[in-house]
Design a protein around this ligand. Sequence first.
Ligand code: NAD
Length: 256
Amino acid sequence: MKLKGQVALITGAATGIGRASARLFAQEGAQVAIADINDKDSKETVRMIQDAGGKAMFIHTDVSAVPQLERMVRTTVDGFGKLTIFFHNAGIAGPGVLETTAEEDYDRCMAINLKAGFFGARFAVPEIRKAGGGSILFTSSGLGLRPSPQSPVYSLTKAGLIMLTRSLAVSLARENIRVNAICPGPVSETPIWQDFVNRVPGTNADEYGRKSLEGRPIARFGTAEEIARAALFLVSPENSYITGVALPVDGGGVAR
Ligand code: NAD
């Protein structure tokens, strides 16, 4: 029970990495609030956690709307009494290459992937402080550490999260609030994957997948559960000396 007594708020936990993390955090004793735009699958995540004997609630949230981020934090604290872990994991693939990127697609990707992390933390930190400390985690990407030829905007948002991680880690360390990021490699089982594929004209899932694995030392896709275990590691109070880290969970892709 690594997270006994903790209250975690996770964005983007309807499916994929967020859902796997929500289930794992609950299994480790945390009460989990799920903030997502996808009602049906979020309710399924809540049901899975409750069926396993855990505590979870769903808060319908469009993370691109700042007032909804404030409400999601307030609703978590109203429901579970406090907040100790904020995990901004919601993300979209966003637009493709420079020449085809429309301003509204740029703005939407920035708002969901990056701005929501900033303002989510803005509202979460006072509550985490009140609880005596805790942890913030962002889902960046291997493409936040290395450039994506297919989507400069996606890479920009994920790199932004890494600098946000470091900035907040430095400013919040004395308050017992640790801030870290995970940088997943390719996880092809989650819904966002098809959007990554669709970003590249003339490709298909097989070809895109093959390219993603080319030269990757561990030459397979990651699973949502493998990423969730790294998330658990970083938010766990037992790993109390780790802050400001952007941890690749990518089969050696960045090291290559
Ligand atoms: P996913 O599609 O299962 O997860 C994305 C989640 O974000 C979904 O639950 C979706 O409903 C939610 N979401 C999207 N827009 C939202 C909004 N406006 N408000 C609230 N919620 C919203 O895919 P995933 O692979 O689990 O992705 C999770 C995170 O991991 C994302 O940030 C993604 O960029 C990142 N990531 C994924 C991969 C991969 O290969 N799958 C690799 C690196 C990083």
